[in-house]
Write a protein that binds this ligand. Structure first.
Ligand code: ZN
Length: 258
């Protein structure tokens, strides 16, 4: 095949240029580009198939160290839930809303999101950790309605920490009926779509669109006033507080204005 193509290329060059140098040029042109495109096709096929594999965090842990780290983080998440339950055994949404402005709770949630970055699998070294705090349905008053989830980004497959957490909500794996806040910790970078750089990394276009869509669903678990608390992993004091309904505004995407 290569020989045929090479000789065709040589034939095409021959009438115009002639000479041995151009014969070699014809052969090397095909020789270089044909394997490259095969590699590229394989890469595309691999990426497409990996895109479909969005694996829950627990199944992404490969080493005993990872599993141990995960168990510790799970334990810390349960401790935050217990702390909240002690403070608010019957949380009303109004109370819960102000609770995410509590410095103590905030610090715990930010630390959890920051430590969840250890579970990020990202070839560029861009690590994002996300925590979701919400309220889950309970059968009895002795049951704790507070829920704290965490996750991290992967690439490949290209998938955000927030998206993994939203999957858990969507798939009703958690029984959470109200997401109070997403907490995201990472190094800020320019937004791929809006080209806006904020003081912290805020959810990408795909995530902010999904959050907004979830808030408009028939039985929403995410709401327009669900908080988006973001912090810079290098300086955890740099924080930004937004709500789902603000996200597009900050990226100058006024899609709701007809
Ligand atoms: Zn995203």
């Amino acid at each position: 095949m290569l020989i045929t193509l090479a000789s065709k290329a040589r034939a095409a060059y021959a009438p115009l240029c002639g000479g041995a140098a151009h014969v070699l040029e014809g052969a090397s042109l095909i020789g270089l580009y044909a394997p490259y495109s095969e590699v590229k096709m394989n890469m595309i096929e691999r990426i497409v198939s990996e895109e479909k594999k969005k694996i829950p965090l627990e199944e992404r842990l490969t080493t005993p160290e990872d599993r141990e780290k995960f168990a510790k983080l799970q334990q810390r998440a349960r401790e935050v839930e217990a702390m909240l339950f002690r403070a608010y055994p019957t949380p009303s949404l109004e109370r819960a809303m102000t609770l995410t402005s509590s410095e103590r709770v905030l610090r715990e949630l930010l630390a959890l999101a920051n430590d969840a970055r250890d579970f990020s699998r990202q070839y560029r070294g861009f690590h994002v950790g996300a925590v979701l705090i919400g309220l889950r349905n309970t059968k009895e008053t002795k049951d704790n309605p507070w829920a704290v989830l965490f996750n991290a980004n992967t690439k490949p497959p290209k998938y955000c920490a927030e998206a993994y957490v939203m999957d858990e909500l969507d798939e009703s794996r958690t029984d959470i009926y109200h997401a109070l806040a997403f907490v995201v910790v990472a190094e800020p970078q320019v937004d791929d779509d809006s080209k806006v750089t904020q003081v912290t990394l805020t959810p990408c276009k795909s995530c902010r669109t999904r959050m907004l869509e979830m808030s408009k669903a028939e039985n929403p678990t995410v709401f327009a006033d669900t908080e988006i608390i973001t912090a810079d992993s290098r300086h955890m004091g740099f924080r930004k507080f937004q709500k789902v309904e603000d996200l597009q505004h900050f990226h100058k995407e006024y899609t709701d204005i007809e």
